[in-house]
Design a protein around this ligand. Structure first.
Ligand code: NAD
Length: 332
């Protein structure tokens, strides 16, 4: 049995986590969950936002599945997600976006995977506020090592998965230092993968291209802030945040997570869609080399998604979170 850390999170987190646990148990996936939480509710209970027991569990298991965690806006503690990514150098944020039969969208044949640098750029945490002058500086720090790691991760993925093209997204025309460093590293590393088409595009043009012809793009690699925004844009192309997976991957640890938030507006109602967390859990199974289990659960999910009435309200159905899970289980 493989042991994995499970972080249920806040809001709808515990509800969608229960659904995923039920599906994994019905599919006899050979893993056990070690449950540890983080965030405000954990702080209220044990006085720590990221408890030492969670850190110990992550260090031991090296693989985790995480629900959404509430972050106060413009005040309060630093995002738990950002802290975990920086603490364990989870430098790749991997976000697949694929059109699914049964999920209505404006576009067909979207099948992109976005690699977002996850620890640097504008999210480095280098922020200064001069109270007297009322000037705020948020420093975007990009390093050669950081660029090399994320660009190589994107090319390695493309090469292993038989993908044809890697596109770098940047703003090197304006950001002459940080943007240029990222682009130069991309061009250097691209030479090591001659069979993969490598090109680059400026972020503003990329946004326009993605909402006109998203099916043109294959693997996409970019810096932190652009990746944060583009990954949600790509999610919107294939059905929204409730249905896409995400992973934070480093050299020694990987945390798979639902990319949507804690949805306080529907928390506790039992109507949240568990698809995003389930798809992240399926990505986790691939990471753990449990391909047969991953394929079986994915097939059951896809067979359920084509019947709207078996799904949750956001997908046009009437099922509760657990009824949706039971509908998936019935197809395993
Ligand atoms: P949100 O994703 O929580 O909600 C946006 C909208 O999408 C809401 O209407 C919500 O009901 C709906 N929604 C989200 N997930 C859904 C699901 N699984 N099924 C059905 N509907 C779903 O975004 P928000 O309201 O901007 O953020 C709420 C909190 O979540 C904030 O504190 C934010 O910081 C946090 N957050 C956490 C993460 C994370 O932990 N990875 C990511 C984004 C936001």
């Amino acid at each position: 049995m493989i042991q994995v850390t499970l972080i249920p999170g806040d809001g709808i987190g515990p509800e969608i986590t229960e659904a995923v646990k039920a599906i994994f148990s019905a599919a006899n996936v050979p893993l056990t969950w070690e449950e540890e939480n983080a965030g405000q509710t954990t702080f209220d209970a044990v006085g720590e936002l990221i408890p030492s027991t969670l850190i110990a569990s992550l260090k031991k298991n090296k693989v985790a599945l995480k629900g959404p965690i509430t972050t106060p806006v413009g005040k309060g503690f630093k995002s738990i997600n950002v802290q975990l990514r920086q603490m364990f150098d989870l430098y790749s944020n991997v976000r697949p976006a694929k059109t699914t039969k049964g999920i209505e969208t404006r576009f067909e044949n979207v099948n992109s995977v976005l690699f977002r640098e996850n620890t640097e750029g504008l999210y480095s945490g280098l922020e200064i506020f001069d109270e007297r002058l009322q000037i705020a500086d948020s420093i975007s720090r990009v390093t050669r090592v950081g660029c090399e790691k994320i660009v190589r991760a994107a090319f390695e993925f493309a090469s292993k998965q038989g993908r044809q093209r890697v596109t770098a997204v940047h703003k090197a025309n304006i950001l002459k230092q940080a943007g240029a460093l990222f682009l130069n590293v991309f061009r250097e590393i691209a030479k090591e993968y001659p069979s993969i088409q490598a090109d680059d595009i400026i972020i503003d043009n990329m946004c326009m291209q993605l909402v006109v012809k998203p099916e043109k793009f294959d693997v996409i690699v970019t810096t932190n802030l652009f990746g944060d925004i583009l990954s949600d844009l790509c999610a919107g192309l294939v059905g929204g945040l409730g249905v896409v997976a995400g992973a934070n991957i480093g050299d020694n640890m990987a945390i798979f997570e639902a990319v949507h938030g804690s949805a306080p507006d529907i928390a506790g109602k039992g109507i949240a869609n568990p698809t995003a967390l389930l798809r992240s859990a399926i990505m986790m199974l691939h990471h753990l080399d449990l391909k047969a289990e991953a394929d079986r659960i994915e097939a059951a999910l896809e067979a359920t998604l084509v019947n709207k009435e078996e799904c949750t309200g956001d997908l046009g159905g009437k099922a509760s979170t657990m009824e949706f899970a039971q509908n998936i289980i019935a197809k395993l």
